[in-house]
Design a protein around this ligand. Sequence first.
Ligand SMILES: C[S@@+](CC[C@H](N)C(=O)[O-])C[C@H]1O[C@@H](n2cnc3c(N)ncnc32)[C@H](O)[C@@H]1O
Length: 263
Amino acid sequence: MRIAYRTRDIKEYWAARWDNIPADAPMKNVSIYPLKYAEMTVRDKTGKILEAGCGGGRILRYYHDRDYEIIGIDYINVAINKLKEIDPTLQAEVGDITNLRFTDQSFKYVLAFGLYHNLEHGLDKAIRETHRVLAKDGSLCASFRADNIQTRLTDWLTARKTKNSNREDTTQVFHKMNLTRSEYENLFTKCGFIIDFIGPVQNMPILYKFRLFRSSSHKKFNENKARTEGYRLSWLGQLVQNFLMRFFPNQFCNIYVLIAHKV
Ligand SMILES: C[S@@+](CC[C@H](N)C(=O)[O-])C[C@H]1O[C@@H](n2cnc3c(N)ncnc32)[C@H](O)[C@@H]1O
């Protein structure tokens, strides 16, 4: 386990990030993260879905628009307010994954992309809480930041940028937790989940940080666009990324995706 540090508290970081951009459009591309993995998990329309840490709402809106019964929660007010503004029919509310208001076994599916690694304290509690609200035979799909070369490089680049920024206060505080594949597996099995799938996934490739390697339509960074279309690379960037993911997937993914169920 490795902790990544930054100058801003994690909750402030998310509040500023969601404040800076409009709510997401619903995702369209089912062959990329995270929708690809949500689709591997949600198999029918009859079960209720919880999206924990729904953020900009790209997944929440995708399922809502297709008449699935889905509730999104996030601990950032501004994210929820923007979602309610853009579509008042959405079920979205402020909530914390470590203490949910829902009764036991309320949901057939829980989707939690990029959520648990934000927790400095209460990680086990959050996973037990997820387990509690999931129905028997229900499924969870979650992603977690990997502890590998890619995330170490990302953290090093960010630290270097902060150092060169001439900021007065460069005090480092908790940002995110990074886990190896086996640490990630253990976390969920000890809380009672049976793992069906776990795999290295590229969400934002490190090459995307460099303009040279971005696709022509992504040269000017637009976060909403990247979040709904995926972080698209140029052919050269994709060639290099495919090579890295083919031969060193555990070192050049940035997240692990897990699908697990409750017995
Ligand atoms: C990486 S974003 C993912 C957003 C969305 N799931 C997606 O994939 O587009 C993680 C989200 O988790 C939320 N979050 C972090 N800690 C949380 C907590 N303890 N309870 C609820 N939401 C939390 C953040 O505010 C952020 O919106």
